[in-house]
Design a protein around this ligand. Structure first.
Ligand SMILES: CSCCC(=O)C(=O)COP(=O)(O)O
Ligand code: MG
Length: 239
C-alpha cells in the first residue's frame, strides 16, 4: 500500500528509520566506548566536553564525580541505549572525528537514499531530528556509503536544540525554527512515542516498521505505517 502525503518538508529520525539500530549498536557504540576515557582525561577543558560532563554529574546526582565515575555512567547508558543528551554530545565528538578520519562509514537502508533524492528533487525539504547530536548527524550524512548526502538536507535537530523527542513542544519548536506550519511537516520514525508527540503538535506522522528493529514487534500504535520509504509518496504542497 502506498501512503501519500502533501507537505513542505519531511523530518527524519535516523536509528530504526533511515538506518539500522544494529549498525549503531554494533559499530558506533563500541567505537565510542573505547574512547570515552581518553576524551574525559585529555579534553576535559574543551567547553563542549566540560558542559556534557557537568550534565552527566547532574543526571547521576554526583556533583563531584571523577572521570572514572562519569565514564561508568556513560557506559551504563550505552548498555541500555539511553538517549541522554550528554551521552549523545560526547558520542558525537568521538564519532565525528572518527568519520573525518575515515574510521567510520555510516549505514542507510537500501530504500532510503533513492527516496530522499526523489523527494528533494520534487522540492520537498528534508530535515533530520535524531537523538544523535547535530555533530553526529552531519558526520553520518557526510560519510555515507553513497558519498556526501548533506546537500539534500536543510536542517538538523537534536535533543539539545529542539528538546526531547517524545514531547510535542519539541516539534512545535522545530516547526517555528523551519518556518513551516505543522500541517505541512511529515515526521518519519520507528518509535510510537515520538510519532504521538509529532501528531500532538499537528504534524503528519508515519511509523517505519522494519523487521529486526527493536520496535518492529510492538508496532507504531494507531499511526500509519510503512515498511520502507518507497511505500511513501511525498509531494510538495502548492499553497
Ligand atoms: C548519527 S546519530 C547515531 C545514532 C544515535 O546515536 C541515536 O541515538 C539515534 O537515535 P534516533 O533518535 O535517530 O532514533
Ligand atoms: Mg529512531
Amino acid at each position: 500500500m502506498t501512503l501519500r502525503h502533501t507537505v513542505d518538508a519531511v523530518v527524519l529520525d535516523i536509528e530504526g528509520t533511515t538506518s539500522a539500530t544494529g549498525f549503531v549498536v554494533d559499530v558506533l557504540y563500541p567505537y565510542a566506548r573505547s574512547r570515552f576515557a581518553a576524551l574525559l582525561s585529555e579534553r576535559s577543558g574543551d567547553p563542549e566536553v566540560a558542559r556534557a560532563v557537568a550534565q552527566v554529574r547532574e543526571a547521576i546526582g554526583e556533583p563531584g564525580a571523577d572521570a572514572v565515575r562519569v565514564e561508568k555512567a556513560l557506559n551504563a547508558w550505552l548498555d541500555e541505549d539511553r538517549k541522554a543528551t550528554p551521552l549523545k554530545t560526547l558520542q558525537g565528538v568521538i564519532w565525528s572525528e572518527g568519520f573525518a578520519r575515515g574510521d567510520l562509514v555510516s549505514h542507510f537502508y537500501d530504500d532510503v537514499v533513492p527516496e530522499l533524492r526523489t523527494w528533494h528533487s520534487s522540492g520537498v525539504r528534508l530535515h533530520v531530528y535524531s537523538s544523535g547530536s547535530v555533530a553526529a548527524q552531519r558526520a553520518w550524512f557526510t560519510n555515507s556509503p553513497e558519498g556526501d548526502l548533506t546537500s539534500l538536507l536543510s536542517g538538523f535537530y537534536d535533543t539539545e536544540n529542539a528538546g526531547p523527542k517524545q514531547e510535542a513542544e519539541s516539534y512545535r519548536r522545530i516547526s517555528g525554527s523551519t518556518g513551516i506550519e505543522p500541517a505541512k511537516l511529515l515526521f518519519l520514525s520507528d518509535r510510537p512515542g515520538e510519532l504521538d508527540a509529532a501528531r500532538a503538535a499537528g504534524w503528519h506522522a508515519v511509523g517505519i516498521r522494519r523487521p529486526g528493529e527493536p520496535y518492529f514487534e510492538q508496532g507504531v500504535g494507531d499511526h500509519a505505517a510503512a515498511g520502507t520509504f518507497d511505500e511513501i509518496t511525498v509531494s510538495r504542497s502548492t499553497s
